[in-house]
Design a protein around this ligand. Structure first.
Ligand code: R5P
Length: 316
């Protein structure tokens, strides 16, 4: 069975890098846009192939999600032998439970739609919740970018630094990161007031007179990082914090907000495509974007050959 890479319009640069690392073809894809806003992708031949559809569902989340669904359906109807949805950033993962009465579980709705559209497997990187796996009837491979991020920033971490999870949900990634850079671990006790406001005052662990590295799965509005930086300073952390996150969405005025936080260095990956404010738009923020193309290429290669993913997977 031959290998084929299909890219949506969310992050074609990342998909192109993955295809070139695999020495594989990018299946031709044309996207027709109708005056009323509908889209219709049209693919080159995929019959009998092992197809990987690369489409993160970052901003604009709903457009990218619908495009992913249409691409999966097109692959299945065109006779692809196996179709894997590669969704490096999985939008709606934060809606993993009903936070109040009469609300949906967005992650479950997205999961069911992706499987129903034709995905026989899902590949994600550092999803907000590992319960995502249980929402899919098809296999889910959860990769992690933590080793990529730790390797990129290790040299910059001052001696005695403490790795901090900015909320309890980030503990899994922060613990893995701390183990890789051989640092102690702490956590911020945070709760969210609304979509753009969080409150964080208490710290679990000791950061007094220590530099800190904050590790999270994603940055959206920047509220979590802003609150964590302020709480860490109030508890005696020293210097300019290093901030590390897998997915840099930088929604709305996030970059302006983060600029006020006196962050020493910010590191994200390239899971999110170019249709959002790029790091270049914030020259005062020292943002670096580390590529996950080699991680995804390696995972796709192993899946295609039916080999184990082992150290590429999220652990703990
Ligand atoms: C939340 O639980 C996540 O791990 C992130 O901390 C959060 O989603 C980031 O969003 P924002 O930047 O809007 O605070």
């Amino acid at each position: 069975m031959s290998l084929g890479i299909v890219t949506g319009t969310a992050n074609p640069v990342l998909a192109g890098e993955i295809a070139s690392r695999l020495g594989s073809r990018l299946v031709e894809m044309q996207l027709e846009r109708f005056p009323d806003g509908e889209i219709r992708p049209r693919l080159g031949p995929v019959r009998g192939a092992d197809i990987y559809v690369i489409q993160p569902t970052g901003p604009p989340v709903n457009d990218n999600l619908v495009e992913l669904l249409l691409l999966l359906d097109a692959c299945r109807r065109a006779g692809a032998d196996r179709v894997t949805a590669v969704v490096p950033y999985f939008g709606y993962a934060r809606q993993d439970r009903r936070a109040g009465d009469r609300q949906p579980i967005g992650a479950r709705v997205a999961a069911e739609a992706i499987a129903a559209a034709g995905a026989s497997r899902l590949v994600v990187i550092d999803p907000h919740t590992s319960s995502l796996e249980a929402m899919f009837a098809v296999p889910v491979e959860m990769l992690t970018a933590v080793p990529v991020l730790a390797a990129a920033v290790r040299r910059l971490i001052p001696r005695g630094a403490v790795v901090v999870a900015p909320d309890l949900g980030a503990m899994r990634l922060a613990r893995h990161f701390a183990a890789l850079v051989e640092a102690r671990l702490a956590a911020v006790s945070k709760y969210r007031l609304d979509a753009v406001t969080v409150s964080a005052k208490d710290i679990v662990g000791d950061v007094r007179n220590r530099p800190v590295v904050i590790v999270d799965d994603m940055i959206s509005t920047g509220a979590t990082i802003e609150a964590a930086v302020s709480a860490l300073r109030a508890h005696g952390a020293t210097g300019e914090p290093i901030v590390v996150a897998t997915h840099g969405l930088f929604a709305g005025s996030a970059l302006a907000r983060l600029r006020e936080c006196a962050i020493g260095r910010m590191l994200v990956t390239d899971t999110i495509g170019p249709r959002h404010p790029a790091p270049a738009a914030a020259p005062a923020l020292p943002i670096q974007a580390e590529s996950v193309a080699h991680l995804l290429a390696e995972a796709i290669d192993r899946l295609h050959r039916s080999e184990p993913l082992e150290e590429l997977l999220l652990r703990g």
